[in-house]
Write a protein of this length. Sequence first.
Length: 268
Amino acid sequence: MSIKNDLGTSIVLSTIILTSVLCVIVFTASSVANDAINAQIENAQFDQAKNVMLALDKLIKRVIYKPESSGQVKTSFWTTKPYFIKTGENLNVTVWNNGQKELEVTVPVNLVKIKGGPRTSVTLDKYLIGNEDLLLTDVSASIGRVRIYQSAGAWIALDYSRVRCINAGIMQYYNGTGCEPHNFIEITVVNMIFKDFEAQEQASFTVKNKGSIPIQKEISKGGNFIISVQKLGVDETRTLGQLGGNPDYRTFINLAVVNIEISILGET
């Protein structure tokens, strides 16, 4: 009887141990599978966030030259998180002529960011739109920038903290006695303003053009003036001659600070 009892007990213990091992294996496999599925979901959401940020950039560009125009970009924040960042830094635009400050404008550097889920990563920091240049002289260059990068998580950032400066050519203006040729320089600066922030699982970015502040300045002839753009210790400059202008002519500078208001509104 003792041998039979020991054998029965051994079988029961073996069954319990085998069952426990199988449970651990099943639980581990299930956990690994869940992690893999969650990682796929988070990466898919991050890819969606890239498209949302690109669409937001496209919308801002569409309303820049249309005062009081607006639009929306619908999105969802399931595994991603949006942020409105006021960096406390400034973008400065200055026009210097023979050592004298002719014109100066300052706007804050504000960023729209989206952070990916904890399992999302970016293998290569890069700009999806734009580059590191601050002063743009090509009318086709994007004044907005969309960048993805890794910093304690995967991030997408949108900013408009750079300046478009275009030589619109030589134009004739009546000076009271006759027509006189003038250089015509157009400078565009975007002031990104944050308003409502209601980040929910279903939400929309809303963008409104709140109007622009026009600033006009005439520079006397004979001045190969300098346009300077500064941000975070970086300074980029162009002279009138580098822009293709003629220093022997007077110059009209039309500078516009365009106020773009951005909100996130939740959807019920």
